[in-house]
Design a protein around this ligand. Structure first.
Ligand code: DP6
Length: 359
């Protein structure tokens, strides 16, 4: 795969210190990425809604390396986090070819998540997205060259992917595709691209309320779960399904077919978890309250004709997706019926957004 476009042409940059600040939102996949090859290449294409409220704000301070200080220091809400360093070091190792000045610098990463750290919401997409955006801003500062907006976004996405696959879908919004697919012009395994086709107005400002069923560390990380797709008895069928679902969803998004949307999105969520249930070793990330919520959503839909549906990421939390026009009723339903299934009654109301920005 040709990655030469991301290797800069400059040979040396003037060594100077500085500081940059970028924020990146989280995203929620409608067709799921599950299974990858080296390095961070997805085994099927995926598409996600970019979120807005759930995001990471990062300030990156950099200075030419001096012998005495640590190479990287990470502060989450002002508190030093040594546990984050190995992941960032791996990330920097993977991207140094594309940002050759990295090794000459030392960094302080000051980061803040808009959602509680313990909420169990994956912060790797927004965290890696914000860090990648900071690094490209740093490159621009050092080189004195400003990139054209879409080229910048593509490079940030390309780098973010090397930190965490799903992070590459957080640069723009409201819909981003990652992974080659014939229905999406310009789609690539190397970075996310805006969905590109015009979408029905109902999907422009879709809502996502995240019900926090289980908080804290997951028993099996996404990275370990992806690895189990190698040699998985159903992997080939799953990858074919994901490709087919993306074709179907593309049609659904363009014509505004809400029933088609519900069917595809819920099927994708359950297929993702079916892969976990049938891998070797098998594992279950859903909790009894995840299933209680799913059943309550199905009942609610039957009783009211609502277009509310659910999706899941690699955990027990439930994302509820619904049109903006249903916001009041669905919020009431969540408060009155579903909050009881959430850890300490916690949920977060979010909606589609437009991606990264400075702050
Ligand atoms: C279930 O992007 O967290 O959320 O590339 O190993 O960092 P790594 O995995 P990650 O996997 C996300 C999996 C998912 C589906 C999705 O977001 O498409």
């Amino acid at each position: 795969m040709d990655t030469s476009q991301f290797i800069p042409s400059y040979s040396q940059l003037s060594p100077k210190g500085g500081s940059v600040r970028w924020q990146a939102p989280s995203n929620i996949a409608l067709v799921k990425y599950w299974g990858k090859t080296d390095v961070q290449i997805p085994m099927n294409p995926s598409i996600s809604f970019t979120l807005s409220t759930c995001r990471t704000e990062t300030q990156l301070d950099f200075a030419p390396k001096s012998g005495a200080s640590a190479w990287i220091k990470v502060l989450l809400d002002g508190e030093e986090q040594e546990a984050f360093i190995p992941k960032i070091e791996t990330f920097f190792q993977r991207i140094k070819e594309y940002l050759p000045f990295l090794e000459a610098y030392q960094f302080v990463v000051k980061t803040h998540n808009s959602f509680p750290h313990s909420s169990g919401i994956a912060s790797s997409a927004s965290g890696m997205g914000a860090l990648a955006a900071c690094l490209v801003a740093m490159e621009e500062q050092l080189s004195g060259q400003t990139m054209e907006a879409s080229a910048r976004s593509q490079k940030i996405s390309f780098l973010a992917r090397l930190g965490s696959g799903s992070a590459c879908r957080s640069m723009e919004g409201p819909l981003v595709v990652w992974g080659r697919h014939p229905a999406i012009a310009g789609s690539s395994d190397l970075y996310g691209v805006p969905y590109g086709h015009s979408i029905a107005p109902v999907f422009e400002n879709y809502r996502d309320s995240i019900l926090l069923v289980d908080v804290g560390e997951k028993q099996v990380s996404s990275t370990a779960g992806h690895a189990l797709m190698h040699g998985h008895p159903f992997s080939e069928a799953r990858f074919a399904e994901a490709n087919k679902h993306l074709t179907q969803l593309s049609e659904v998004l363009q014509v505004g077919d809400l029933d088609g949307f519900i069917e595809l999105v819920e099927l994708e969520a359950l297929q993702l978890h079916a892969m976990m249930l049938t891998s070797s070793p098998y594992f279950i990330l859903m909790k009894p309250n995840t299933l209680a919520i799913i059943n309550a959503v199905w009942d609610y839909r039957k009783q009211t004709g609502s277009k509310l549906c659910f999706t899941l990421d690699a955990g027990a939390n439930v994302h509820l997706l619904y049109p903006d026009t249903e916001a009041d009723e669905v919020r009431r339903f969540i408060q009155q019926e579903l909050a009881q299934y959430c850890k300490d009654g916690a949920f977060i109301h979010d909606r589609c957004g437009i991606g990264i920005s400075t702050f």
